[in-house]
Design a protein. Structure first.
Length: 488
């Protein structure tokens, strides 16, 4: 056999996780790009044919990123020098035009096959890349989640083939046109979530020769690759605390992987010598951010946490109550994904708040019927929405909802202790992003929310609202108290 060994390192959903953090009683440093870069450098020096891939969502999630609108992230990514990168939904958070600017900054190729400019039916980005390594040709194709449409919904020039079947068709189109006897390995860089990766693999025709899917979006941690339709599927969690590593043997005659070993490698200070230059480069951004934002806003009575998005959290309750109180609404829905840190407090600086709640958005109050309100809660609390890929919410203290996972129905919904009446109108507040995407995420259309004629913009900046609320409310505290309850 004419074979060649390759080492493929891969990350996804890094979300501005640039700096190492202390974990455990021993005070060990975990994660951070300085150590991750040190490990990548080490592997590149030890192995002959190394590729480093990133499957979307490099940006958003840290103050270093949001302060510079992703420019700092792209400069840092240039330092890491990935071989190929695919887009994630958060790459669109600063707008389409800004993404195109960031792409021009990148010293590495960014691939995406299923984003189109509508009028001209042309792909927005480079759809694929054929990379020659050690005399072997490797084909990379980028596929993005349908959630990208949430971020660019107001831009009618751009659309994407969003279904799994349509994504599969795009892969087939490229493979049919460009996959020939010279293509030895075919890799999909996706940002559609692990479950969708499995569905996509099932739809791929064997003749297309796709060997592996390196995914992102759902922050999935695996013990080993999942094999579906003879396609290896992997993902590397979230942040910089770990990196995926494939060691594979590729046969040039059959254009296939004949041997492989995959590991999810924890990034800590014992793994490799930190990349000091990158550490200093990141520190230069950190120092600028610290000087601007290390001012104390308030002190909470305790630390509040937001460990996972799919359930009620103490930090989620704090934020929902603050916004609900200011907006004077019956129901306040705060997107769980708007809360980007796992904990906040007791001491809260402006930096803490900006890191926790980086998205600046409007807040609008609407009036819906009780029947519509029940429809919303039945939709967001359903079991399949809590799979890591759905849109979940935190609610204010006036609300109590109970959902049965077995019968898959909403058992009860109360406001101020009273069962919601189907015919009565209730006020509900939403961030602008969630209104724009209400049909998919809340099971009501924009027209449904506007039908009563009672909508009112409460604020053009949720971030400003939270900052002023916290400055004027010291030593407050919230607990997890059963606002959203699941039985069965």
């Amino acid at each position: 056999m004419n074979t060649k060994k390759f080492t493929i390192l891969h990350s996804n959903d890094m979300h501005g996780d640039f700096v190492a953090e202390v974990h455990g009683g021993a005070g060990n440093l975990i994660g951070g790009l300085a150590v991750l870069s040190g490990y990548i450098n080490k592997v590149r020096s030890e192995e002959e044919n190394v590729l480093y891939l990133i499957s979307g969502d490099m940006v958003q999630g840290s103050l270093i990123d949001s302060e510079y609108k992703g420019i700092s992230t792209m400069e840092i990514m240039n330092y890491l020098a990935p071989d190929v990168v695919s887009l994630g939904n958060h790459e669109f958070d600063y707008g389409l035009s800004h993404l195109l600017f960031l792409e021009k900054m990148a010293n590495f190729p960014i691939v995406n096959a299923n984003l189109y400019v509508n009028k001209y039916n042309k792909r927005l980005m480079r759809p694929y890349l054929i990379l020659e390594k050690a005399g072997f040709n490797i084909l990379f194709i980028g596929i993005i989640t349908e959630k990208v449409m949430d971020s660019i919904k107001r831009d009618e020039l751009i659309s994407t083939f969003v279904t799994i079947q349509e994504a599969s068709d795009e892969v087939g189109k490229i493979c049919n046109a460009y996959k020939n006897d010279d293509i030895d390995l075919t890799v999909l860089l996706t940002h559609i979530g692990f479950d969708s990766d499995v569905q996509l693999a099932k739809l791929l025709k064997p003749e297309w020769g796709v060997d592996m899917i390196v995914g992102g979006h759902s922050h999935t941690v695996l013990d080993k690759p999942v094999v579906e339709n003879n396609v290896l599927i992997v993902q590397a969690g979230v942040g910089s605390d770990q990196i995926g590593r494939f060691d594979i043997l590729v046969d040039d005659d059959t254009n296939s992987i004949v041997e492989y070993k995959w590991r999810l490698i924890p990034i800590d200070e014992s793994l490799a010598e930190p990349d000091r230059q990158l550490g200093q480069f990141i520190a230069s951004f950190q120092e600028a951010v610290d000087r601007k934002y290390n001012t104390i806003i308030c002190k909470l009575s305790k630390m509040h946490t937001h460990p996972v998005r799919v359930v009620e959290t103490s930090l989620g309750n704090l934020i929902a109550d603050a916004l609900g109180e200011i907006a004077e609404c019956d129901v306040m829905l705060v997107g769980s994904g708007s809360i980007r840190t796992r904990e906040m407090g007791p001491l809260v600086t402006l930096k803490d708040l900006m890191s926790c709640f980086p998205f600046d958005d409007s807040l609008t109050r609407y009036a819906v019927t009780g029947a519509q309100l029940k429809s919303i809660f039945a939709h967001v609390m359903r079991l399949e929405n809590r799979n890591g890929e759905g849109e979940c919410y935190q609610v204010n203290s006036r609300v109590r909802a109970t959902y049965n996972n077995v019968s898959r129905r909403l058992l009860s919904l109360t406001v101020d202790g009273q069962e919601v009446s189907d015919s009565r109108l209730y006020s509900i507040c939403l961030q602008g992003y969630h209104f724009m995407n209400s049909e998919a995420n809340l099971n009501l259309t924009n027209k449904d929310f506007l039908e009563s004629g009672k909508s009112k913009v409460i604020s053009t900046s949720v971030k400003n609202m939270l900052e002023e609320y916290l400055r004027n409310h010291q030593n407050i505290s919230r607990e997890v108290e059963g606002r959203l309850t699941y039985v069965g």
